[in-house]
Design a protein. Sequence first.
Length: 173
Amino acid sequence: MFNFFLRLQIPAGPGIAFPYHVKLFFRAAGWLLLMSFCGCLTMRSLAKVNLSEPGWTIRQGQAVWQPGPKSPEIAGELLLATRPDGSTFVQFTKTPFPFAIAQTASNGWQIEFPPQNKRYAAPGKPPGRIVWFQLPNALTGKPLAKGWAWHNSGTSWQLKNSSGESLEGYFAQ
């Protein structure tokens, strides 16, 4: 079946010759058609979060994020919302721009980095290496992924992993 697309032979009548670029066009069109039937393996965006809906517990505060041991620290505002069903929403903002927006739901997770215009999503549990997914687990007493350490003094907290990434902060509420 795939041999058709690999060795596309366009029938030519007597005295008709197709230039190479025409054959190439039909070969490319065939591949595009084939690929469109394969479907997309990326997950669609999770539903937009409406924090005014009942059931959300919202915490707001300040945090300092250090993405790596040699990276500069970034201070900003932190918004964390959780629901009893396990859904979470975390937004780290350096006014007026959001740096990271992480969301989990029962059917998957997604994270956006608006300054880089990047978005990642997948079904199942979120990756353990991303600090924005570990913070809700730490605050709700759920186990952290391997390599993460949590310290809470009551007025402030620190979340750090073995690779040097850290997030320190406090919540006003």
